[in-house]
Design a binder for this molecule. Sequence first.
Ligand code: FMN
Length: 354
Amino acid sequence: MSSTFGRILRLTTFGESHGKAIGGILDGYPAGIPIDMDRIQAEMDRRRPGSTSLGTSRNEKDEAEILSGVYNGMSTGTPIAFMIRNTSQISSHYSEIEHLFRPGHADYAFQRKYGIRDPRGGGRSSGRETAARVFGGALAKEILRRDGIVIGAGAIEVAGIRATGYGWNPPFPPPLYAPECPELQDMIKAIEDARADSDSVGGVIECRAQGVPAGLGDPVFDKLDALLAHAMLSIGAVKAIEFGAGFAAARMKGSENNDQMEARDGKAAFLSNNAGGILGGISTGSEIVFRVAVKPTPSIAKEQRTITDSYEDTVVSIHGRHDPSIVPRAVSVVEAMAALTITDALLARRCYER
Ligand SMILES: Cc1cc2nc3c(=O)[nH]c(=O)nc-3n(C[C@H](O)[C@H](O)[C@H](O)COP(=O)(O)O)c2cc1C
């Protein structure tokens, strides 16, 4: 089972949602970086269950404990191991679905691969695993901050309602973690309506990385956009990613899509950013911009057809404490995975420069 992400900065996560704890090891983290636990906890708080009125009614504190790799508030260059205890599980919620497969969740595929699964809370396929990613991402941001790189993400679409005319000044506030826009209240209402209707809704999260220098990434397999796509599609419920103009580029002419250039004060300037800040797999120095599509939460209370693990037809209505939309809580996860990927590319370039 692949539980490690990254080449130089490597995050390994462990744990299931209803086990004792989840956590991880972040290896390859440089020595001598001050670790600000308050800032890291603030990142964890944005993702934690109970952080948004639009999320699950579960309420986990999500306090991370560092076990190694930090001395007197400073990284030592050795593996940073950390643990986040699970404190708000109600496993009895899952007894009804122990022997059937939830439509849209990983249950059936997981059973076919391993022949055994922990049905409580989605086990290893639970959104809870992403708490470890947010912790790793928060540590990566401590490195990026020193290089003037800022990564921000926000919800820009919910249930087909798209934000228009929005500015960009992350971090965005709860409950939706979206930029201010005329459609904000309608987007929030769409999630509340879905909850009232025992259903769920999806949406789109935009992420931008500002201050990324030109020259990060590789020209072939480890293209920066390919690594970001890997990072994003490894998040549960993320189904698609587009960079810059994305799918709209397929409908443009070359003359429209090309980001034309001019020289400004002896430096390169792009007149547009349809490429999303990456050309040939390598950052151009423009803002890196991408959007991910998040599907509606699979676990819903509305009755749906499915089968049991002895292959009999049945119906299921899921009554655990689930997010009516994953979008608000996934915002910090998208940021974290972007931070890990870009930090990894930054550290890889430093190795190359030596
Ligand atoms: C932050 C976060 C929270 C999630 N919360 C839930 C949830 O409450 N209920 C649920 O059924 N799925 C939830 N998911 C989604 C499932 O983990 C995901 O849909 C499932 O593992 C199947 O994977 P796939 O959708 O990528 O195919 C969440 C995902 C994330 C990232």
